[in-house]
Design a protein around this ligand. Structure first.
Ligand SMILES: Cc1ncc(COP(=O)(O)O)c(C=O)c1O
Length: 359
């Protein structure tokens, strides 16, 4: 995959190539609709009092995350939260250490910032778990930021607190640890507190996009120590300056109703995990590390080309998967399960037909 320093090839593909009758490409849950939020026009105003954040939104996020509001920075989705966090920490000549495989825009952002990118592996044979000794090995005196996602994109694997603490020990006094937690909410009542709580060199990013179906609000946030959040707000004056105020107001309303929203998607995901596990039980031609939670699965095609396979799926079966080449593992592909259950079932049946055809 060819990547220019000022673009994400994956994001272009995701924006232009993932619509189809049976699209299993989305990594988040299906959209929550405005009509299902208890909103009246009187709740919305076009412009408001939001300079360094909109206080009611900062407070609602602080309450959700069990932090002080001085540790919260709001941003345009987890995407801008990651950009803002990385740009605040990193200086020319610094190095960043990013998990492999990873979500391409994390790499693209580091590339854009012009820092040297080093990697630590997550291996299939280790259940895609992080081995802290590999992180230690890859850390250099110039490493200023270690980056991982929890739950992991593309595999959905959960990183437990013990591992995060070990990584924190390795980083202490040398580097910050950025944990992208955009999928962590999919653990629902089993979700741990944000890794922000593990030490002041932990920074976390998140949004209402993936687990609450509210991508359109672009309600993202960063949790970091107040010394850093101050710098992030100042740097944001060079980016978005202020947020779209109607979205801030709607986000506050969404946060007040988050339990109800979460229940809808918990029910959907519980059902869909059973559907995909049945499918996986029936396939000997796929190997997989099964995630316990989340919205994505990342099977490996035991033989044959995923590129060819996804072409057949698209052209003959109107079914879209995400080829693993976008995550640096070309023999894998990603299936999103946050979609309507019937579409998921039909998409998986189509995958079975295409697998029978190529194997
Ligand atoms: C790991 C990860 N971080 C961030 C994002 C983007 O999230 P948002 O829509 O909140 O910008 C994605 C989207 O797929 C993702 O997978």
């Amino acid at each position: 995959m060819q990547n220019n320093r000022k673009e994400s090839v994956y994001m272009q593909w995701a924006k232009t190539q993932t619509s189809g009758k049976f699209s299993l490409a989305p990594s988040g849950v299906e959209n929550y609709l405005l009509k299902d939020l208890p909103v009246s026009i009187n709740d919305i105003e076009l412009t408001g009092d939001s300079l360094y954040g909109y206080v009611p939104l900062l407070e609602a996020l602080a309450e959700k995350c069990k932090v002080d509001s001085t540790s919260v920075v709001t941003a345009m989705g987890t995407s801008m939260a990651n950009q803002l966090a990385m740009a605040t920490i990193l200086e020319p000549g610094d190095e960043i250490l990013i998990e492999e495989p990873t979500y391409d825009p994390l790499l693209a952002t580091a590339r854009y910032l012009g820092v040297k990118i080093n990697r630590f592996p997550r291996r299939f044979e280790d259940g895609f778990q992080i081995n802290p000794s590999e992180v230690k090995k890859a850390l250099t005196p110039k490493t200023k930021l270690i980056v991982l996602s929890n739950l992991h994109n593309p595999t959905g694997v959960f990183t437990p607190e013990t591992t995060l603490l070990e990584i924190g020990e390795i980083a202490k006094g040398k580097a910050y640890v950025l944990v992208d937690e955009v999928y962590l909410g999919a653990m629902f009542e089993k979700a741990p507190l944000s890794a922000f709580h593990l030490g002041e060199h932990f920074i976390t990013t998140n949004s209402l996009t993936k687990i609450y179906g509210l991508s359109g609000l672009r309600c993202g946030w960063i949790l970091a120590n107040p010394e850093l959040t101050k710098k992030m707000w100042l740097l944001n004056d060079l980016f978005g300056v202020i947020a779209a105020h109607p979205a801030e107001r709607l986000s506050v309303i969404a946060l007040k109703n988050l339990d109800k929203i979460a229940q809808k998607y918990k029910d959907l995901l519980t059902k869909n995990h059973l559907i995909i596990r049945d499918f996986l039980d029936s396939r000997k031609d796929l190997s997989i590390v099964r995630p316990d939670f989340g919205t994505i699965y990342f099977p490996k095609l035991n033989s044959g080309s995923v590129r060819e396979f996804s072409k057949i799926l698209r052209e003959k079966y109107e079914t879209i998967i995400v080829p693993g080449e976008f995550f640096e593992l070309k023999e894998h592909f990603r299936i999103g399960i946050g979609i309507n259950s019937e579409i998921l079932s039909k998409g998986l049946s189509n995958i079975a037909l295409a697998l029978d055809e190529i194997c």
